[in-house]
Design a protein around this ligand. Structure first.
Ligand code: NDP
Ligand code: 8X3
Length: 254
């Protein structure tokens, strides 16, 4: 059993790689920071193969990188793809947000996930088995101020996951979208706040957020379901997170 996990160098990706190896998988862990992946290999052993990969590269560049995998980690053997690499940049309102950051979120969260799926799918369809697990977010369903493009990329992930299922009918290939809420213990908010670790940490203070192992346990459960069961989507939040009433802003009367 072979899995390919993108964004393996940190947070969810690290915990998911660890959990899959515990379940008997060999894991190709892909990310841009090769040093982190090599450190993981030292910890997790030879069942983990580090692959330096930027998912925003062109389809052709990604194909070339995946062709360098050693035979025992060959793409044609991958039975689980976890499209986890992703990021939020900034929390500014749409009229002031940084356009380059919007583009990076599109390139990573949408184009990267799309290209990786397209590269792996022909092999899964040929074998008539396989699971694609995408990392969506509650931000793809529930709007919040500053969530503008990040949330929209995760809405893409939700709909793409469902549409993949429609295309893959009869192939035996399964697709799941995991949609977590507030999750600590990752680099997500440090990245979002441009390296400001204090600001990132404040977000989680006194919240008991979800943890990477909660997401890893979810992945482990999904892949252990029998072949006739497809989990379409899972939305999970920390108990401490819930909903606000819709906002009504003070406005001059009619
Ligand atoms: P982290 O920032 O800890 O991890 C993100 C991972 O993505 C890193 O390993 C990073 O590795 C990798 N990555 C980023 N850009 C690229 C790229 N261009 N090419 C390859 N790899 C890349 O965040 P999380 O673990 O928290 O997030 C993982 C996923 O879960 C994301 O898709 C995120 O949107 C989603 N999510 C997170 C939530 C949270 O609250 N934490 C909640 C809901 C969803 P490197 O820098 O080495 O490339
Ligand atoms: C990450 C969760 O609520 O910060 O996707 O957007 S949230």
């Amino acid at each position: 059993m072979l899995a390919l996990v993108t964004g393996a160098s940190s947070g969810f990706g690290y915990a998911i790689s660890q959990a899959l190896i515990q379940q008997g998988y060999r894991v190709i862990g892909a990310a841009r920071r090769l040093d982190k992946l090599q450190q993981m290999q030292a910890e997790l052993g030879t069942a983990f193969f580090p692959l330096c990969l930027d998912v925003t590269a062109s389809h052709q560049q990604l194909a070339t990188a995946l062709n360098t995998l050693p035979p025992e980690f060959s793409l044609s053997h991958v039975s689980v793809l976890v499209n986890n690499a992703g990021l939020a940049l900034g929390l500014d309102a749409a009229d002031t947000a940084n356009l380059d950051e919007w583009q990076t979120m599109l390139d990573t969260n949408i184009k990267g996930l799309m290209n990786m799926s397209r590269l792996v799918l022909p092999h899964m369809v040929e074998k008539k088995t396989g699971i694609i697990i995408n990392l969506g977010s509650i931000a793809g369903t529930y709007p919040y101020p500053g969530g503008n493009v990040y949330g929209a990329t995760k809405a893409f992930v939700a709909q793409f996951s469902l549409n993949l299922r429609a295309d893959l009918a009869g192939t035996g290939v399964r697709v799941t979208n995991i949609e977590p809420g507030l999750c600590g213990g990752t680099e997500f908010s440090v990245v979002r706040f441009h390296g400001n670790a204090d600001k990132a940490q404040q977000l989680y203070q006194n919240t008991a957020p979800l943890l990477p192992e909660d997401i890893a346990n979810t992945v482990a459960w999904i892949v252990s379901q029998p072949a006739h069961v497809n989990i379409n989507r899972i939305e999970l939040m920390p108990t401490s997170q819930s909903f606000n009433p819709l906002k009504v802003t003070p406005t001059a009367s009619h």
